[in-house]
Design a protein around this ligand. Structure first.
Ligand SMILES: Nc1nc2c(ncn2[C@@H]2O[C@H](COP(=O)(O)OP(=O)(O)O)[C@@H](O)[C@H]2O)c(=O)[nH]1
Ligand SMILES: [Mg+2]
Length: 362
């Protein structure tokens, strides 16, 4: 339990505590959501377990049980929450500037949150069969949608003669895209990544299982985090993982390690796909018809670009595939939300009928 006295800074906003909050990733965007009268305390969520969260406050770290309303806030790693001064209850979750999410495995149209409020994303792949431009495009869409700056990290560079081709294939995906190829176990090699996780910046690592995400975290943090495959739990039909966690770097940044994902289905990435495939959308903007499907229409600039050899037809195919996938998953999410709203209204009306019956019976 934390004492009220520990939080007197909250009333006076003394600099030291503000500095502490900033080192946790606090920014004006979150500050602006606070009510001047509010006596709750901001905390960053470092880990989410089934019934509790690990959170960091300006003064230190604590574990808070989730129950009732707080369990329904949809809290994920990286979130900012407001807690009681006694540190026992989560009162609310602050609006996020961005969140990584994917469609949860299964057909329920549910969304799994991966991490929130992330500044930079290490998209990790390895210099072997894992390397796949179609998968990298998915991760890029997720990064753009969440407002995170993507850096592609190709690990296991030490296991191949040259990584040049892979580096150029990745760099071609987006103008100016940063690509680093390295041996994730080598402390000198991973130093190039350090500037993305300094002074309160949060970085998440996404990529398949076994590509070296935890190795990067270990090498950078020199923390004793085990490098092992992580089990994803599927209790009560909910796809939750107990192993996402934020790690503090010695130079003040935060790394969010995630378990490998077998399937990364896009949902609600909307305009981010246009940003990832901006070469395709650039050509499309010059088509004669604004609703051109780039198939048989006359004056199609996309078909012309393919003919001229300046656009890879495979890239157009992948763009279409991801657009369809995102639309399908977003529709089923919208359906689910509207069904939940209808059910909520129904339960409310049943409850109020019962209440009325009770009152009449009195
Ligand atoms: N040779 C080599 N092995 C690596 C590299 N990165 C990771 N590994 C090894 O690959 C295995 C899986 O790494 P891990 O970090 O657990 O992968 P994760 O599932 O993405 O977290 C471990 O045995 C690591 O030692 C690398 O750059 N080079
Ligand atoms: Mg791992």
């Amino acid at each position: 339990m934390i004492s009220l006295a520990a939080f007197t800074w909250y009333a006076v906003y003394n600099m030291t505590s503000t500095d502490c909050l900033q080192s946790l990733g606090w920014r004006p965007f979150f500050q602006s959501q606070l009510d001047a009268e509010c006596c709750w305390v901001p905390a960053r969520v470092l880990g989410v377990h089934r019934n509790r969260i690990d959170a960091a406050l300006a003064e230190g770290q604590l574990t808070i049980a989730l129950s009732g309303k707080s369990a329904e806030l949809g809290i994920t790693v990286g979130d900012w929450v407001l807690v009681d001064p006694d540190g026992l209850h989560v009162r609310s979750r602050l609006e996020r500037f961005g969140v990584f999410q994917r469609k949860a495995a299964g057909t329920g149209g549910e969304v799994q949150l991966i991490a929130a409020n992330v500044d930079n994303l290490f998209i990790v792949t390895s210099a072997n069969r894992d390397f796949n431009v179609a998968r990298l495009e998915r991760y890029l869409a997720i990064a753009y949608e969440a407002g995170a700056f993507p850096i592609i990290v190709i690990t296991k560079a030490d296991t191949v003669e040259t990584v040049d081709e892979l580096v150029s294939a990745a760099a071609r995906l987006s103008p100016g895209l940063l690509v680093e190829a390295l041996d994730a176990r080598d402390p000198d090699a991973v130093e190039v990544l350090r500037r993305w996780c300094e002074n309160g910046q949060s970085v998440a690592l996404l990529g398949s299982s076994g590509v070296g995400k935890s190795t990067i975290v270990n090498t950078l943090a020199r923390a004793a985090q085990q490098t092992r495959a992580v089990r994803e739990d599927d209790q009560r039909g909910r796809h939750t993982t107990t192993s996402r966690s934020m790690h503090r770097m010695p130079n003040g940044g935060w790394l969010i390690d995630t378990p490998g994902m077998r399937e990364l289905q896009l949902v609600d990435v909307g305009g981010a796909l246009d940003a990832v495939f901006n070469d395709v959308t650039d050509h499309a903007s010059r088509c004669r018809f604004s609703d051109c499907t780039h198939e048989t229409e006359p004056g199609c600039a996309v078909v012309q670009a393919i003919k001229d050899g300046v656009l890879d037809p495979e890239r157009l195919r992948r763009y279409r595939k991801l657009l369809c996938e995102d639309r399908r998953n977003s529709e089923s999410l919208a359906e689910r939300r509207s069904r939940d709203r209808r059910l909520g209204k129904l339960y409310k009306s049943i409850l109020s009928d019962k209440q009325q019956e009770k009152e009449i019976g009195k």
